[in-house]
Design a protein around this ligand. Structure first.
Ligand SMILES: [Zn+2]
Length: 314
């Protein structure tokens, strides 16, 4: 979602217990739900299959009365012991972006820094990565995905990748943007990085070979897919569809949820209360459906409402 200047309501939230995987810590403003039993399979399986995880989570989704909302500033869901999905509170930012933390044996990736400038996100992530060096990268450079960068910059063992196209291409070893593949090695956990400009010029998708998660940012999620460069976006989504068809995809995970659980129905832009929202996860079939719809729509930008997302050229 493109960040807008709609008035943002900000409220203090109560301190929240954080129960992190492998231990218990208390942090203000954050909540973690550990996977049931925390008996999670971590390293790659002998047969090369995907390492599993759970999306059995009730995401906080704002409130009818944000002044009375006691949800934490950020919610943490452990997909498995080395994969975390975080969401910022809609009562603090209607964008409520999702942020991803993938931990390898040597390095941890933090994908996006959200829409808030407090240190809560950084202090919430710290106990999740086991002291490993952190690389902070971005799905793309819009404000609601980079606003927390300053709280990571200059921290020990932390590298914040810049938001210029040159910085993004260099960080992932993308020789020719956007057609060449890139990658990032976390130690026993290789990420493929695909340049998918269109929503925004430096947008990337990240594929985790270990879990089969495809992190699609604002290019594809259950919501209003704002497209700034129609031709470029069509080309990018076709490339993403080819990639998704050629790799095992466990889930396609984007950076927002704006659809309701009713097909074709979205919440109004700027909503701070989504009591019946669509699940976060999409599938490889959604990537294929998006590509097919874009092919059918042709060269002229057009809006198209599908069951689980809305193609919305700007
Ligand atoms: Zn966004």
């Amino acid at each position: 979602m493109l960040h807008s200047n709609l008035p943002m309501r900000r409220y203090l939230v109560a301190a929240w217990l954080l129960g992190c995987v492998g231990g218990v810590a208390e942090l203000p403003g954050a909540a973690v739900d550990a996977p049931p039993g925390s008996a999670v399979d971590v390293g790659p399986t002998p047969d090369g299959g995907l390492v599993g995880g759970t999306l059995d989570v009730a995401w906080m989704h704002g409130a009818a009365d944000c002044a009375a909302n006691a949800d934490p500033e950020v919610q943490v869901h452990a997909y498995n012991a080395t994969t975390f999905i975080l969401r910022q509170n809609k009562c603090r930012t209607f964008e409520a972006p999702f942020i991803y933390v993938l931990v390898g044996t040597t390095t941890a990736l933090v994908l996006d820094t959200g829409d808030l400038t407090t240190t809560t996100l950084r202090t919430t992530i710290a106990p999740l990565v086991g002291g490993k060096p952190i690389v902070v990268a971005h799905s793309h450079a819009h404000g609601d995905h980079v606003r927390g960068d300053a709280t990571f910059a200059g921290q020990p063992n932390t590298t914040v990748i810049g938001t210029s196209l040159a910085a993004v291409a260099a960080a992932f070893g993308i020789a020719t943007w956007p057609t060449d593949p890139g990658s990032l090695e976390l130690g026993g956990r290789t990420l493929d990085v695909l340049a998918i400009p269109g929503h925004e010029a430096t947008h990337v998708a990240i594929y985790d070979r270990q879990t089969g998660l495809l992190l699609s940012g604002d290019a594809l999620y259950p919501g209003m897919l704002f497209i700034n460069d129609w031709a470029t976006y069509r080309t990018s989504m076709h490339r993403l569809a080819l990639f998704a068809a050629a790799h095992p995809i466990a889930h396609v995970l984007g950076a927002h949820v704006e659809m309701t659980s009713t097909p074709k129905q979205a919440y109004p832009y700027g909503s701070t209360y989504q009591p019946a929202e669509h699940v976060l996860q999409l599938t490889a079939a959604h990537v294929a459906a998006l590509d097919a719809a874009l092919a059918q729509l042709g060269a002229t930008p057009q809006r198209r409402v599908l069951d689980d997302f809305i193609i919305d050229p700007q």
